[in-house]
Design a protein around this ligand. Structure first.
Ligand code: GDP
Length: 531
């Protein structure tokens, strides 16, 4: 039987990811949440100087150079009895597969949107990935202290473009220099703010709409506008239905300014009330409840060389049930139920990594990995083995033939390409019967090529030659024992193999896929790798 302490610990956990467009304010909002949680004491300490673009969660060199988050990091803090795990995600659609994997490890997501820009073209795909997962999505519309789009228009855009209904929890009063605060729809009170450089204790005054003091606090025009808006909202917006929120059909929306701390604490409090403790997970032995006695976790992210000096490889796992203790023996299911102790289990706390002694369902732990884990692997208490539902790989859409420039560097080339592929940062293929002198690399977004090239050069000291290939579609051949060379294929279709030996076809157009299916009766092609 699980003990009460364990159940209590699990129930107070909240694990979520933050997704946003680059520059919408994800880092700033994360920092403010850490500030409320007391994990840091002064706003600005995560981000550093204004000119210094890198924050704690931005690990890699290329992220600093481009000012985007490529990898996801994890942070834990406490707030009013809750133990909160925040997972950061890359803010660019080219890394949407990474975001998808991170979303597999959380119970809800917070989507940050810039109030001036709304849903941006570049990240539409990223947000759609989130909607695809059917997890609860909470929206924080940020930067109301800048000239913003009409809040009603912003909500309509989210609904139309992402196909999710919205329910505003609060409502902005003015915007830009005239941003005065928010109206909380639940308490029916106005919270007006005074700027103080974004520190924790932001000065606020509360009053009810209609109260004459509001004419001076927020201005007569804003007061009038607010009364009109409230009437419209009460009549027209979706009701807050927590069941629909849980299914990812309805997103509660908060307005504010992360930089000025306007609306951040009400957001955090509202969010914590609505988001759920760790949710059950699906396995091949049925549903696994978080409070089950048996410890279980799955790998959702592998990150090599985070610290160049140590050449380490960290594997991140989400604990799904039970309790993890530091020296406990676990079984690696996909590794043939191999028994092991997880080496130096870590948790990332704001700026530091800490060795942890225990972790509960909902927590994320990072362990040093000599290269044995793959994305999607299950780890659990020996004798109780099962496998969690796999994490699908996205079909790459861009392909290139990659060679090393210097033939003396063959070994490093093979090692680098293999390790980066194991992390899931790229997918690699080869032509049948060819060696590892060159590989065909497939990516979902073009920026992944840049990251690959940069990492090969900085981490493995190998310069590569990248020759773009015209293919756009990839299909796995599902027929057992088929000889692909005997297939009747159009001349611009290419046969390749993945590193498990499975055969695949690369196509330049959908027309060619149809051609292959028509000319080869019984041929089974699939978009996802099922192995
Ligand atoms: P990220 O790329 O989504 O992590 O965005 P950042 O948190 O790094 O923010 C991008 C820029 O927007 C930074 O210069 C922030 O200081 C600024 N920023 C963030 N939140 C706000 C806000 O509420 N108001 C204003 N005016 N600027 C903000």
């Amino acid at each position: 039987m699980p003990d009460n302490k364990m159940i209590e610990e699990i129930n107070r956990r909240r694990t979520f990811a933050i997704i946003s467009h680059p520059d919408a304010g994800k880092t700033t909002l994360t920092e403010k949440l850490l500030l409320y949680g007391g994990a840091i004491t002064l706003a600005g300490s995560v981000k550093g100087k204004k000119t210094d673009r890198h924050a704690v969660s931005d690990w890699m060199e290329i992220e600093k150079q481009r000012g985007i988050s490529v990898t996801s990091s994890v942070m834990q803090f406490e707030y009013e009895g809750c133990c909160i795990n925040i997972l950061d995600t890359p803010g660019h659609q080219d890394f949407s597969e990474d975001t998808y994997r991170t979303l597999m490890a959380v119970d809800s997501a917070v989507m940050v949107i810039d109030a001036a820009k709304g849903v941006e073209n570049q990240t539409r795909k990223l947000f759609k990935v989130c909607v695809m997962r059917h997890i609860p999505i909470f929206t924080f519309i940020n930067k109301l202290d800048r000239d913003s789009r009409n809040p009603f228009d912003l909500l309509t855009q989210i609904e139309d473009e992402l196909g999710i209904a919205t329910c505003p929890m609060n409502w902005p009063i003015g915007n830009g220099v005239d941003f005065k605060g928010v109206y909380d729809r639940n308490s029916r009170k106005v919270i007006s703010y005074t700027a103080n450089g974004g520190q924790r204790e932001v000065e606020s005054v509360e009053a009810e709409p209609g109260d004459p003091c509001l004419d001076s606090l927020i201005g007569e025009a804003n007061h009038r506008q607010l009364s009109e808006d409230i009437e419209l909202l009460d009549g027209a917006s979706d009701e807050l239905d927590l069941e629909r929120v849980a299914k990812g059909e309805l997103s509660p929306v908060f307005f504010g300014s992360a930089l000025n701390n306007f609306g951040v604490e009400p957001f955090l409090e509202g969010f914590l009330k609505m988001t759920s403790p760790p949710l059950p997970r699906v396995s091949d032995k049925g549903i696994i409840e978080p409070t089950e006695d048996v410890f279980s976790a799955f790998v959702f992210k592998i990150q090599a060389n985070m610290n160049k000096a140590h050449r380490d490889r960290l594997t991140f796992m989400r604990v799904c049930s039970g309790k993890f203790t530091r020296d406990m023996e676990v079984s690696h299911v996909q590794g043939g139920n191999k028994k092991m102790r997880l080496s130096q289990p870590q948790q990332i706390m704001a700026q530091e990594r800490e060795i942890i002694n225990e972790a509960y369902a909902g927590d994320i732990i990072g362990v040093f990995d000599p290269g044995i884990f793959s994305i999607g692997d299950t780890i659990c208490t020996p004798g109780h083995e099962f496998k969690f539902e796999g994490i699908p790989t996205f079909a790459p859409e861009h392909f290139a033939r990659i060679r090393h420039k210097d033939t003396m560097k063959r070994k490093q080339f093979v090692k680098g390409a293999t390790q980066i592929a194991q992390e899931g940062a790229i997918q690699i293929f080869r032509e049948p019967d060819s060696g590892m002198e060159e590989v065909i690399v497939g990516v979902v977004g073009m920026l992944q090529f840049d990251v690959f090239e940069h990492r090969m050069s900085t981490e493995y000291n190998v310069e590569i030659i990248n020759e773009g290939l015209p293919y756009q579609y990839i299909r796995w051949i599902d027929n057992e024992g088929i000889d692909p060379k005997k297939l009747n294929l159009s001349s611009d279709t290419k046969i390749v193999q993945d590193f498990k030996g499975n055969y695949l076809l690369l196509f330049t157009s959908e027309w060619n896929i149809r051609w292959a299916l028509e000319k080869n009766e019984g041929l089974l092609l699939s978009e996802f790798n099922k192995n």
